[in-house]
Ligand binder design. Structure first.
Ligand code: ATP
Length: 235
């Protein structure tokens, strides 16, 4: 029997004021998958994640999470159902320590990782646990931003450009951590410009253009579709 996907987005439209950003976005993420949204700047990837998190802008259509409609819910209600967004700007508190940052978000559901488990995934965070958030490198901040949502019990982790501006070694570490989340029951929806990195990580890919999903690929279909992808992404 085919169960409903964990996240199912259908006919999603969104507006920033008068500006029509999403024109009917369709995709789904099954429990346990890592799915990546690809597309050029301005295609609507960030807006799609924001909509799934119940954040601005105005939205219409359907966003089903775990079998229930969430399109009209505010973000705190969506968070309590087990959805978390790690935004591009990371949101680390500069004047709190790493440990304080980790302990800040409330637990919304059972099943989140313990501090020890988070430190195991990101050993740099353990070493830096008493450092102020503002003193961290970009890579450490990204690890902290991801680590922080792992504690909460959220099952769907949406990560917006987690590798942006980071050194290759850190990018590798973040990839390794995401790979280890999969067998622990987390589901990951990534927005990523670094196609090479994402291609080693995700089970499936959707390509967005002008506020729509225009194509989809499973990881195994990538090799025979590289020309198409290069054309879509301009890489
Ligand atoms: P990027 O990688 O540059 O963030 P993206 O694919 O995530 O690109 P979005 O940020 O979702 O794209 O933007 C989609 C469209 O919405 C773009 O045309 C963008 O200009 C517009 N947009 C995004 N944020 C706002 C905003 N705060 N106000 C008005 N328009 C916006």
């Amino acid at each position: 029997t085919k169960s409903e996907p964990l996240l199912k987005v259908s006919g999603l439209q969104a507006w920033y004021g008068e500006s029509h950003a999403l024109h009917g976005v369709d995709f789904e993420v099954r429990a346990g998958e890592v799915v990546t949204l690809l597309g050029r700047n301005g295609a609507g990837k960030t807006t799609t994640l924001k909509c799934a998190m119940g954040m601005a802008p105005r939205r219409e259509g359907s966003i089903r999470f775990d079998g229930a409609e969430t399109i009209a819910l505010p973000s705190d209600k969506i968070a309590r159902r087990g959805v978390a967004l790690c935004p591009e700007e990371r949101g680390v508190f500069a004047s709190l320590t790493v440990l304080e940052n980790l302990l800040l978000p409330p637990k919304i559901a059972p099943g989140g990782l313990s501090l020890d488990e988070i430190y195991e995934l990101f050993p740099n965070l353990r070493e830096r646990s008493t450092s102020m958030g503002g003193k961290l490198s970009g890579g450490e901040q990204q690890m902290l931003a991801i680590g922080r949502i792992l504690r909460t019990g959220a099952r769907l982790l949406m990560l917006d450009e987690p590798t942006e501006g980071l050194a290759p070694i850190i990018v590798k570490q973040i990839g390794a951590a995401i790979r280890r989340l999969k067998p622990r029951g987390f589901t990951v929806l990534l927005v990523e410009q670094n196609f090479r990195w994402a291609s080693g990580l995700a089970d499936r890919f959707y390509v967005m253009e002008h506020g729509r999903v225009i194509d989809a690929f499973a990881a195994a279909e990538l090799p025979e579709n590289m020309d198409k992808l290069h054309a879509y992404l301009g890489v």
